[in-house]
Ligand binder design. Structure first.
Ligand code: S3P
Length: 427
């Protein structure tokens, strides 16, 4: 249990955020497939990425850790070995889905499990395309939930796959499997999802071609690892400060070193369309990934309406954005968000039930949309995080900007932002 008091001051100065979760996972996985050492800096040592580290170690990669630096020495594209035990992906959908794609083409057997949340999340969306490629995968019950076993196979075939939902995890699983297939694999997305896997695969020398929403990967003989990977800060973690600084009168902060890959910057675009003042300074590119410092000033917000292709560009930031919308003038309508129902918890239900405790009669959801009536009275409340890190952090900034909040489980922030509360206390 944790009590968050209302903030009495504005946010000022600079804020450092942890490394990007998506890029940290991918840096471990791809570096394990090279055959020369890679030093990863600003690695996110959150519980999800540590699940990936543990799984890759169990598959034979040599991974040494010192603070936020990681040294990985792979055994080549064909150097993974059968794990001695069940692989535990913990709470991490990215670990599980990407590694299912990596292990589907291998000549050994592997079984995955995960925590209570991950065991309930849909995996048929990954099993289906991998099975079309020739993989042999069994899951529990008709929904093919965890535990999941991947059987040894000889060689996968390339496919063309039209994805029914925009999902970077599913796309990445197919791309990783495609590295080992006998011919090219093409994935067509309904809308562009984050492209960190494509960018990093290209930096490792894999051959990919992109046109509109289609991406083709060609089979590889080897990957050539760069000597180092510098992970930018996570815009999904920056989102809490972008929102808090925008809604707290008198705030003026700079969030340092934030990844601003355009498949991830929907939160900036939407906040700006609501009236926020956010400026990108000191822009640079490393390993194909753009980053910048974000200068944010308090601003008056108005409600907006959006959906469609914007959604994959800010899917993890919707709880934080809902907090901003509660402080805006007018109504915000967010369409096409049913994917939120299959995240770490059903985030649409969680937002409606928990956020309304802080701002009554503000949040409503349909099956596929979220409606936020801004400007209602805010009160002090006791809320449940449902063991969801993004709910915990969004509730915390909501309470901090309103009349305070008590959350039942603060520990779950370790998934993506272990020192979140230290930064909130300093704020
Ligand atoms: C992620 C992709 C997204 C996102 C998740 C991380 C990734 O999930 O919500 O937090 O690293 O590829 P989906 O692929 O399910 O949309």
């Amino acid at each position: 249990m944790k009590k968050i008091l209302p903030l009495t001051q504005s946010l000022r100065g600079t804020i450092e955020i942890p490394g990007d979760k998506s890029i940290s996972h991918r840096s471990i996985i791809l570096s394990s497939l090279g055959d020369s050492p890679v030093e990863v800096t600003n690695f996110l040592a959150g519980a999800d990425c540590l699940s990936t580290v543990a799984c890759m170690r169990a598959l034979g990669a040599k991974i040494e850790r010192a603070d936020d630096k990681i040294l990985i020495t792979g055994n080549g594209l064909h150097g993974l070995h059968e794990p001695e035990n069940i692989l535990d992906a913990g709470n991490s959908g990215t670990t599980l889905r990407l590694l299912m794609g990596l292990l589907a083409p291998q000549k050994f057997l592997a079984t995955f499990t995960g925590d209570d949340s991950l065991r309930r999340r849909p995996m048929a969306r990954v099993i289906k395309p991998l099975t079309q490629m020739g993989a042999s995968i069994v899951g529990r019950n008709v929904n093919r939930n965890l535990p999941i076993t991947i059987m040894p196979v000889e060689r996968l075939r390339g496919i063309t796959y039209q994805m029914p939902v925009a999902s970077a995890q599913v796309k990445s699983a197919i791309l990783l499997a495609g590295l080992y297939a006998q011919d090219a694999t093409t994935i067509i997305e309904p809308a562009p999802s984050r492209d960190h896997t494509e960018k990093m695969l290209a930096a490792f020398g894999a051959r990919l071609e992109r046109s509109d929403n289609a991406i083709t990967i060609f089979p590889a003989d080897k990957l050539t690892a760069p000597a180092s990977i510098s992970v930018p800060g996570d815009i999904s973690s920056a989102a809490y400060w972008l929102v808090l600084a925008t809604i707290l009168d008198g705030s003026d902060v700079t969030i340092k070193n934030v990844g601003v890959n355009e498949t991830r910057t929907g939160i900036i675009d939407v906040l700006k369309s609501m009236g926020a003042t956010i400026e990108l300074v000191n822009e640079r590119t490393s390993g194909g990934e753009r980053s910048a410092d974000l200068k944010v000033m308090a601003s008056r917000l108005r409600g907006v309406e959006f959906g469609g292709d914007m959604i994959p560009r800010l899917i993890d930031e919707i709880p934080a954005l809902a907090v901003a919308a509660a402080f805006a003038e007018g109504t915000t309508i967010i369409h096409d968000v049913k994917e939120l129902r299959v995240k770490e918890t059903d985030r649409l239900a969680a937002i409606v039930e928990e956020f309304n405790k802080i701002s009554p009669a503000t949040f409503e959801a349909t099956n596929d949309s979220l409606i936020i009536h801004g400007g209602h009275e805010k009160i002090s409340a006791d809320c449940k995080t449902r063991a969801d890190h993004r709910m915990a952090m969004s509730l915390s900034i909501f309470g901090a900007a309103a009349q305070g909040v008590t959350i039942d489980d603060a520990d779950c922030v370790r998934i993506s932002y272990p020192n979140f509360f230290d930064s909130l206390n300093v704020a």
